[in-house]
Design a protein around this ligand. Structure first.
Ligand SMILES: Nc1ncnc2c1ncn2[C@@H]1O[C@H](COP(=O)(O)OP(=O)(O)OP(=O)(O)O)[C@@H](O)[C@H]1O
Ligand SMILES: [Mg+2]
Length: 350
């Protein structure tokens, strides 16, 4: 065995921490000997004659459990071959008291004893431990008796099946579930719907809390927006400001201006056409709204000049009216975002 020189201070701290008589919390840098301390602790318990079956070590990862087990068993295996002097030294190095003759005998047999005791030394992950607890107390834990934990592959298969069934059911539904699915389908394609459901599943604990607690009420309360639907906001965008009946006159006035005014005139003309075509369909309403918004907004936000100087000089009253309308639409755009978020979230929860 190669020897590493362990600084005296560290060694003293390790010895103290591996004393099984005290309850200890260790937090230390990577590679500084945490696992070593735990291993020593287990070995010192065994040296004291504690039955291996009474020792339980919990780790977070499988790798850490394997490492612990390997170190404990490697040490004990080495001890089977040491002569008395070397074994005494090895035992003392763990921090245990200097061993008597009987102690040495015990130490040499620890390997066999630990390996051979049925249900012996338990070094396992916390997941495995919890699973075992649940198996022991299914009734108390409200889980099916003899349940199985699905591995990743099985989980994926089960989930894919459940997803398929749920989507098929929603597709057949003419009620709220069907509406929710169409709402989501409007937003995402078939590839992303899978991703979306996957993400929702990962957040299923909070999501469940929401859907059980009637998201219909809570979302608007949290997000604001006055409880208006997207449809109500969009109707307000078109009908609540400059009335469509006035649009032709404004478009005609714009047409008498310079290039930019004429462009705006054309846009208003398109909006009017869309508005005229606008029926009950959500898509045509959205189209009418989008074209009307294009009169007041560029892709970067609110248009800076709503008409050129020449026109503004002729109709300052109209310019003022347009600026007011633009501000009204800015607020409504915010309200629409809120309403959309609420509706999409409700659909996703459903
Ligand atoms: N007192 C000691 N005597 C002999 N070897 C030691 C001692 N302390 C630590 N080591 C050795 O140093 C190395 C790193 O220690 P260990 O793996 O226990 O650290 P760790 O803090 O658990 O590391 P990690 O953060 O990677 O989990 C190991 O090879 C271990 O055997
Ligand atoms: Mg470690």
């Amino acid at each position: 065995m190669s020897r590493i020189v362990v600084p005296e201070l560290l060694r003293a701290a390790q010895l103290k921490a591996s004393d099984p008589a005290s309850s200890i919390w260790v937090s230390a840098n990577a590679g500084s000997g945490k696992t070593h301390v735990l291993t020593q602790r287990v070995i010192r318990l065994l040296l004291k004659g504690v039955p291996p079956a009474k020792i339980l070590c919990l780790t977070f990862t499988k790798a850490a459990a394997a490492q612990m087990a390997t170190r404990v068993f490697d040490t004990l295996a080495t001890w089977t071959n040491l002569d008395d002097a070397a074994l005494r030294e090895a035992v003392r190095e763990t921090g245990a008291p200097s061993p008597s003759r009987t102690d040495l005998l015990l130490a040499r047999r620890l390997f066999t004893r630990t390996v051979e005791t049925p249900g012996g030394l338990k070094i396992q992950t916390i997941h495995a431990f919890c699973e075992r607890l649940l198996h022991l107390f299914p009734f108390e834990a409200n889980v099916p008796a003899r349940f199985e934990v699905a591995d990743d592959v099985r989980q994926a298969t089960l989930l894919a099946g459940a997803k398929r069934d749920a989507i098929a059911e929603a597709h057949r539904s003419t009620g709220a579930l069907g509406a929710a699915l169409s709402r989501i389908a409007e937003e995402v394609g078939s590839a992303s719907i899978d991703k979306l459901i996957g993400e929702a599943m990962r957040a299923r604990a909070p999501a469940l809390r929401w859907s059980l607690a009637d998201p219909q009420d809570r979302l608007p309360a949290l997000l604001g927006g006055g409880g208006l639907s997207v449809e109500a906001v969009e109707r307000d965008m078109i009908d609540g400001g400059i009335a469509p009946a006035e649009w032709p006159e404004i478009a005609a006035f714009f047409a008498t201006g310079s290039t930019n005014d004429q462009k705006r005139s054309a846009k208003l003309g398109i909006a009017l056409q869309a508005y005229t075509d606008y029926g009950a369909e959500r898509s045509s309403r959205t189209h009418a709204v989008a074209t009307y918004l294009a009169v007041f907004f560029t892709k970067d936000g609110p248009a800076k000049a709503l008409m050129t100087k020449g026109l503004a000089a002729r109709r300052p009253d109209l310019l003022a009216e347009l600026i007011t309308e633009q501000a009204r639409l800015v607020d409504l755009l915010e309200a629409r975002k809120t309403a959309e978020t609420i509706e999409r979230t409700q659909a996703l929860l459903a």
